[in-house]
Design a protein around this ligand. Structure first.
Ligand code: S3P
Length: 173
């Protein structure tokens, strides 16, 4: 039987700059599973960048779309990265309860470094450091609420983070 049929879906959550997309793709490759990324599916479906959706339609419209697409992708097997703000939705937090949810934790300094100061992320425009600090503070409790595992990514490369996830995976069996 293929791994996709027996493994429960694994979901990566965390703030911008946590490495959800990079680590998610590597982890899926390592496990031989399909990788999906909610933001990428939103861009594909709408034909717009995330920044354009925020500018043209506003953040509330983006959140509705994000909640719908996350709900659609969560039942599928494989590895799924959700946007940093997906946990703001109570419906999404409830839907995450039946999943393996890995919180990729990142501190302010690393998050600023990884995201870069000229980010295309609409929520961070203007004052990347200040906005990230606000997001990290506001969301830490929500990431903690949904997480079944927490991985500190500050001093690790994406490949090392995948190793940590694999070890936790084996230890759970
Ligand atoms: C957001 C994070 C982004 C993207 C959107 C909103 C957020 O995804 O979904 O810009 O609210 O934190 P990443 O976490 O991949 O940057």
């Amino acid at each position: 039987m293929s791994a996709e049929l027996v493994e429960p879906p694994t979901v990566l959550v965390g703030a911008p700059g946590a490495g959800k997309t990079t680590v998610g793709a590597l982890l899926a490759e390592r496990l031989g599973l399909t990788f999906r990324d909610v933001d990428a599916v939103i861009v594909e479906r709408t034909g717009k960048s995330i920044a354009e959706i925020f500018t043209d339609d506003g953040e509330p419209a983006f959140r509705v779309l994000e909640e719908q697409i996350t709900a659609e992708l969560l039942p599928l097997p494989g590895v799924l990265s959700v946007g940093g703000g997906a946990v703001l939705s109570a419906a999404t937090r409830a839907a995450l309860r039946s999943h393996r949810v890995i919180w990729l934790q990142v501190g302010l300094a690393q998050s600023v470094k990884r995201v870069g100061l000229d980010t295309a992320r609409p929520l961070l425009l203007g004052n990347v450091r200040g906005q990230l600090l606000k997001l990290l503070n506001e969301r830490a409790a929500l990431y903690r609420e949904v997480a079944t595992e927490v991985i500190d990514t500050d001093h690790a490369t994406p490949a090392e983070i995948v190793e940590m996830i694999m070890k936790a995976h084996v230890a759970q069996r």
